[in-house]
Each structure stands twice: as C-alpha cells, then as structure tokens.
Design a protein around this ligand. Sequence first.
Ligand code: ADP
Ligand code: MG
Ligand code: MG
Length: 252
Amino acid sequence: MTTLKIEDLHVSVANKEILKGVNLTVNTGEMHAIMGPNGTGKSTLSQAIMGHPAYTITQGRILLDGKDLADMTVDERARAGLFLAMQYPSEIQGVTNAEFMRAAVNARRPEDDQIDLMTFIKDLDEKREFLSMSKEMAGRYLNEGFSGGEKKRNEILQMMMIKPQIAILDEIDSGLDIDALKVVSRGVNSMRGANFATLMITHYQRLLDYIVPDFVHVMMGGRVVKTGGPELAKKLEAEGYAGLRDELGLDI
Ligand code: ADP
Ligand code: MG
Ligand code: MG
C-alpha cells in the first residue's frame, strides 16, 4: 500500500497564505474527492503536492510512505508514483503526445527494463480506443491545438499509460460534455484497484455520479472543513456552501 499523508499543511503563494492547515490521508485502494468554492486553494494543494516552485510550504509536511516530499524533486515525485492532471494542461511544442508518454512510462522503469516500442504502441492503442480517441492524437504535439475536452481526455490517457499509484485530477470534468464526461469517468474507473488512489478535485456533484468516491472532503478557507461519503456531495449540491458554512459556524 502507498500512503500520501498531508499534515497541517500551510502553503503560501506570492507571499499570501492560501492553505492554512490541511490534513488529509490518501491510501491506495481509495477514491477521494475534494470539493470547495473557487479560490479556496484546491489547485494550490495539488501544485504543492507535485512541487510547483511558486507554492511555498511554510508549515507542516506532505509524506509519501513516510518520506517527506520536500526532499524530492518534481521528477522524483512522478517516479515515486504521483501524477497530476492539471486544471489547465500546458501545450508543449516539439514533443509529440506519444513521445511524452513513452518517456514518462520509461522514467518509472529501471534503466535495464525500458518498455519496447511494440509493447508501448500496443498498450497505447488499446487505451486510446478505450477512451474513443483518434489515432492521430498520439502523433500530435502535446496539447497543441487540443480542445478543452481533448486535453482532459488526453490527461486520462496519460494517467492510464503511466499507471501512477496516486493520481490527482484537478477539475478533470470542467468543460466536458456528457459524452466526454462518461469517457473520462470510464478511464478513471478502469484504474480502480488496490494499487491506485485518486484525489479528484471537482466543483460538481455530477462527476461523482460517474466516479463514486469513498470519501468526499470539503475545503473552505484553505482547510478541509468536513469529510464524509458520497452523500456529502449530494448535500452540498442541494444546500450549497452557504448551508455548510452555517452548519459548521464558519466565518469564511
Ligand atoms: P481553487 O483551485 O480552489 O479555485 P486556487 O488554489 O487556484 O483555488 O487559488 C487559491 C488562491 O490562491 C486564489 O486567491 C488565487 O488567486 C491564489 N493563487 C493561486 N495560484 C497563484 C499564483 N500562481 N500566483 C498568485 N496567486 C495564486
Ligand atoms: Mg478554481
Ligand atoms: Mg482550481
């Protein structure tokens, strides 16, 4: 089992404290969702986990199987099994989608056991078809000219190819039509198992009808203020964040 443990995490961006003591534990075998109003620090949390240099940890720590992520580079984190599908995936010129994925897959394998091209292509074709993606997408430059929905689908393809232990999916549902949402959900659900965990960040309960989480966490004011099961997301949908604010007596 792999465990990601976030302890009393405080993170500042541009000298402003955004995360104010986040506690969260994610074990492989579990599906977690994080909900919360805009600007509450959900993307900040995902960037801090992956080690984006703009996000400074001022207090607390993030442990991956007991190892402090602060001592690991971004590459080392990825090799250790962490994966982030960003809210706004960037375009990379000159690197094709397939090249990028092959390099990422190989980075997680020992030097003397790199994936051979045929095996890689076979795996890629299978997963691409599973996600109803065109063959042509693999040969295109990474995210260049991809529509919003194509970018999201592509993030899921990358995740399925790289097979991380812990995948953080930041608004993987934003901008998707219902068919694309079903495809993306099918991809995430196909990863379920003892060696996989996800932390899905979403604004909408709808995603959680397709990818049913074990735990739902609500972030407000830079903290996890409530944790529950799928019913918590339904309650939020019905009552809004204002209802929860009142219930918890929060002034944020
Ligand atoms: P969420 O994902 O919950 O909507 P974010 O983590 O994106 O929230 O943002 C939380 C706060 O941090 C916002 O006030 C946002 O403006 C600020 N913030 C996030 N990233 C940066 C950045 N790179 N530079 C400056 N401010 C940032
Ligand atoms: Mg946001
Ligand atoms: Mg965000």
